[in-house]
Design a protein around this ligand. Structure first.
Ligand code: PHE
Ligand code: NA
Length: 488
């Protein structure tokens, strides 16, 4: 059976960008940036995108394009005979579901706000009232579950129409609208009273005050998670789109495009949110509700604000939906690579995702007092931590290892795949960096982050690192995976 292909190159870039651009840019990026110190965090984040995110994206695309399979089977197609690399698929499998377990709920919030704006229930509210409106939504399970179901059903409906008819087409329209509305909002926010303060918080780094609330380790850990999250890395979410394209363009070029598009949207979102924070006295570090407690106030003072507000939340729901669609497409492809029909895969998974999303949509306050994360930790916080700060970095490490180790798919294969086609090429010197240094950076930040988050004494860091990095080197050199003798 011949694999479906995208109808155009633009289609590929847009759908990959559609998968990358989502709640991560507009909802997660501003609230994490607000919590972890503004511009200082932004700088670290941008550096991570370049030195960590970009290379790993090229690896995911390479694995996808070379194998012509989703993450469910790409490893078994490419692994040297007799090795057990195919077990790696467990991380993508787990990760895609884990993401959907809370993404559908947060996506539901955006639909709920679209409705609130249209129906005029957010008109002329003050800061306290806007905050209350958000809390009311969170503490109303019926509403939350209802909107979550809407996101799930719409996502699967689009997906069930197949790659070209559904996913590619819908993404294209959604993505174009997204840019237009965001730019209007940025221009408007420049004229707010708090614009100057907001922009300086967002753009002028102040490491000293950033470090007053969080240690450097925690900031790095958060930036690492956000970089992987925003680019959809570590769980094969993008890899699958690599399997739908041909070898006309180098994967470095394609990845640079996707990273730039994603970063532009995140950056613009910050330009919209932070001036609003300082204008309406909302604490920039107030957490996941940030955009829902700042923006409605912006809109209520804008000429035609109700319309702009409705459009904005519609756009945000669209951006979330394109991500949901891409991840569903992945989940469906998992099943299809195992011989299920698209229809069966859609039907079974739509039920599965709905059930899996319930704890988040219903589970407010269940975890309050859950110590490592502090009082008020919600199911959504916990699921996000497991995904963004654990599965995504781990999965990224596995892709790294798979593409560099001689006992896996290996550098030579990766290097050939990533560079075939027109456009930017990966330079040869990156081999040492990608094989030995990049993994060290990820492992270091990961261990450091866990030590701080779970409250271990800081002096565990060095011993842990001394244990784990050599382990990585052993993996590079073989030990766990058998030698690739057979396959020439
Ligand atoms: N990148 C997506 C966003 O920014 C989220 C995502 C993470 C999607 C991981 C797939 C995999 O919203
Ligand atoms: Na993103």
């Amino acid at each position: 059976m011949k694999r479906e292909k995208f109808s155009s190159r633009l289609g590929f870039v847009l759908i990959s960008a559609g998968c990358a651009i989502g709640l991560g840019n507009v909802w997660r990026f501003p609230y994490i940036t607000g919590q972890y110190g503004g511009a200082a965090f932004v700088i670290i984040y941008l550096i991570f995108l370049a030195i960590l995110g970009l290379p790993i994206m090229t690896m995911e695309f390479s694995v996808g394009r070379a194998s012509q399979k989703s993450a469910a089977r790409s490893f078994e197609v490419l692994e040297p005979a007799g090795t057990r690399w195919h077990w790696t698929k467990l991380v993508p499998l787990l990760g895609n579901y884990m993401l959907m377990m809370y993404y559908t709920t947060v996506g539901g919030w955006t639909l709920a706000y679209f409705w609130k704006m249209i129906s005029g229930s957010m008109d002329h509210l003050d800061t306290a009232q806007v905050g209350n409106a958000f809390n009311e939504l969170l503490s109303d399970p019926a509403q939350q579950v209802g909107w979550m179901l809407a996101v799930t059903v719409i996502g699967f409906l689009i997906c069930s129409r197949g790659l070209k008819g559904g996913v590619e087409k819908v993404s294209k329209y959604m993505m174009s609208l997204l840019f237009v509305i965001l730019i209007v909002l940025v221009i408007h926010s420049f004229f707010l009273d708090g614009a100057k303060e907001g922009l300086s918080f967002y753009l002028i780094p102040d490491f000293k005050s950033a470090l007053e609330n969080y240690s450097l380790g925690e900031i790095l850990f958060a930036a690492l998670g956000q970089s992987f999250f925003t680019l959809s890395l570590g769980i094969g979410a993008l890899a699958i789109f690599g399997s739908y394209i041909d070898k006309q363009h180098s994967l470095v070029s394609e990845s640079v495009n996707v990273v730039l598009l994603d970063t532009t949207v995140a950056f613009l979102s910050g330009l919209v949110i932070f001036p609003a924070c300082f204008t309406y006295n909302v604490d920039a570090g107030s957490g996941p509700g940030l955009i829902f407690v700042t923006l409605p106030q912006t809109f209520s003072e804008m000429a035609g604000g109700r319309l702009w507000g409705a459009l904005f939340f519609m756009f945000l729901a669209f951006a979330a939906l394109t991500t949901v669609i891409a991840v569903f497409e992945n989940i469906i492809a998992f099943a299809m690579d195992f011989g299920w029909t698209r229809k069966k895969a859609v039907l079974v998974n739509i039920v599965a995702i709905m059930i899996l999303s319930l704890p988040c949509a219903l589970g407010f306050n269940v975890l309050s007092g859950f110590q490592p994360f502090g009082a008020g930790t919600t199911v959504q916080d916990l699921e996000d931590f497991i995904l963004s700060n654990t599965l995504l970095p781990l999965g990224s490490l596995l892709y790294l290892l798979f593409c560099t180790s001689r006992y896996a798919w290996g550098w030579d294969n990766y290097y050939e795949e990533v560079n075939s086609g027109k456009g930017l090429k990966l330079p040869r010197w990156t081999k040492g960096y990608l094989t030995y240094i990049l993994p060290l950076i990820i492992i270091f930040i990961l261990i450091q982050g866990f030590i701080e988050k779970l409250g271990f004494p800081a002096n565990y860091l060095l011993p842990a690192l001394c244990l784990i990095y050599p382990l990585y080197l052993l993996l590079q050199a073989r030990i766990v995976y058998k030698k690739k003798e057979q396959k020439q």
